[in-house]
Ligand binder design. Structure first.
Ligand SMILES: [Zn+2]
Length: 122
């Protein structure tokens, strides 16, 4: 049993976690994440600049666009195979916006493509 650093409740940490700090309540996990990020920024003061943040943001957006394209390339194949007259571009824009709202962390949890499919071999 461990005591959560943020809400003081006792909980059983997952065995994979080396140094458990927080229970699995969303607000405790968010607080832990905030503390980790704060600590990281203090340790990496030279890294943490607006430029660095913007570059990372652009990288995430690029990854989301690539994932959207992979999904829609698959849909395109299906559409052509079934000989359906559907304009996928409307859906592509909608889904790309939705994916951008979700953010790369959630998308990777939902669809860990890199780990399961190597798109170069398809
Ligand atoms: Zn907690």
């Amino acid at each position: 049993m461990h005591k959560c650093k943020y809400c003081n409740t006792s909980y059983y940490p997952r065995p994979q976690v080396k140094n458990p700090q927080a229970c699995n309540k969303e607000e405790c996990q968010r607080a832990r994440q905030r503390d980790n990020e704060k600590h990281w920024r203090e340790q990496n003061k030279t890294h943490y600049s607006k430029d660095y943040f913007e570059i990372q943001k652009d990288k995430r957006k690029k990854t989301i666009t690539e994932k959207t394209n992979e999904i829609f390339n698959c849909l395109e194949v299906g559409k052509n195979m079934l000989n359906k007259n559907i304009n996928l571009n409307i859906f592509r824009e909608y889904f790309e916006q939705k994916f951008l709202q979700l953010g790369i962390r959630l998308i990777n949890k939902l669809w860990p493509m890199e780990n399961t499919i190597n798109s170069n071999t398809l």
